[in-house]
Design a protein around this ligand. Structure first.
Ligand SMILES: C[S@@+](CC[C@H](N)C(=O)[O-])C[C@H]1O[C@@H](n2cnc3c(N)ncnc32)[C@H](O)[C@@H]1O
Length: 317
């Protein structure tokens, strides 16, 4: 685990690292797929999602969050992915998506993340198997600079349900708190906003455009060396809106385990699969920390705060 060695690093760098001395105890927290029966509840399963899913019960997941390899050339360590033609990428999605859908409960919801290049393939494939309810666009800010094209700094999260007449959605749990730039008063009283010690804020229902979430970076304690880790704050919104406490959240492409970690922090069960053992170890270590620390950066006081408001959030505590 050369790269994981705890090195001399910048003082404020909180990226999670794994020392050799922790490996065997973390391994004991992972379920290795040996082709036999699988204990899936609250498990990080190390194996190929296609093989593992065949042995998971149908309908067991109340919420499924999928962050698959996008149609880009990307090295995930154990698996490397090469950019392909759109039709080929659709065929790749069709290899596993119908099986994922079988794992969704009759009232369940599913989210799938993608970027501009693979999003239309995703919409088409999801639409063949479930009802697409919405497309959330996440303005993630950070993106690789490009001189001959627009910088890519957005992602889509497709939202779908099995039964559009019977699904769970709790909008009250995902309200957003933003600074009021032009505070409007009526007869001297604040209209639709609150003034308090922490400033002037308005708490509103969320739209399908999210600009309040940063990509995990080195000074955040949730950060790991995984190359495409999703923010806990983003998954917290999906989990709170579309599952109840005690429900099961399933993520077949775990990476560093964000879906499982956030599910655990929010009192849900989880099941997640990852082919690369090194990433399973990050997930196991994050889950261990989540036993004691349930905080999610950017989510405090039961609401999602806009970016760069941590000083105000602290005042509330
Ligand atoms: C986009 S990343 C997921 C990142 C994750 N959402 C997080 O927050 O860390 C996709 C992951 O899927 C894993 N993967 C790819 N093919 C797989 C397969 N067939 N079975 C299990 N995992 C796979 C890759 O190793 C990679 O870590």
């Amino acid at each position: 685990m050369g790269e994981d060695k705890i090195k001399q690093r910048a003082k404020r760098n909180r990226t999670l690292m794994i020392d050799e001395s922790e490996v065997s105890s973390l391994k004991s927290r992972i379920v290795y797929d040996d082709g036999g029966d699988i204990c899936y509840r609250d498990s990080v399963i190390c194996g190929d999602m296609m093989a593992v899913m065949e042995r998971l019960p149908d309908g067991f997941a109340d919420l499924i969050i999928i962050d698959p390899p996008y149609n880009l050339s990307k090295d995930f360590g154990r698996v490397s992915f090469g950019a392909m033609a759109d039709e080929e990428y659709k065929a790749y999605l069709e290899e596993w998506f119908p099986t994922v859908c079988r794992k969704l409960s009759p009232r369940g919801s599913l989210y799938m993340c993608g970027d501009w290049k693979c999003t239309s393939a995703m919409q088409e494939v999801i639409g063949r198997h479930l009802t697409v309810m919405n497309r959330i666009t996440w303005g993630r800010e950070k993106g690789r600079g490009a001189t001959s094209n627009w910088k890519n700094s957005m992602e889509d999260i497709w939202y779908a349900v099995r039964d559009k007449n019977d699904y769970y959605y709790d909008v009250e749990s995902v309200k957003v708190r933003r600074r009021v730039l032009a505070p409007y008063r009526e007869e001297g009283k604040a209209k639709d906003w609150q003034e308090s010690e922490e400033g002037r804020y308005r708490t509103t229902y969320p739209s399908n455009f999210w600009d309040d979430i940063s990509i995990p970076f080195w000074s955040m304690k949730e950060n790991t060396p995984h190359p495409t880790q999703k923010p806990e704050k983003l998954y917290a919104k999906l989990i709170l809106a579309s599952s109840r406490e005690g429900d099961v959240v399933f993520d077949p492409f775990a990476g560093s385990g964000t879906a499982a970690v956030v599910a655990k922090k929010l009192g849900r069960h989880y099941c997640t699969i990852e082919i690369d053992e090194r990433y399973c170890l990050y997930a196991a270590k994050r889950l261990m920390s989540a036993e004691k620390d349930k905080s999610i950066q950017g989510y405090a006081d039961g609401v999602f705060w806009e970016r760069n408001s941590s000083a105000s959030q602290k005042k509330k505590k």
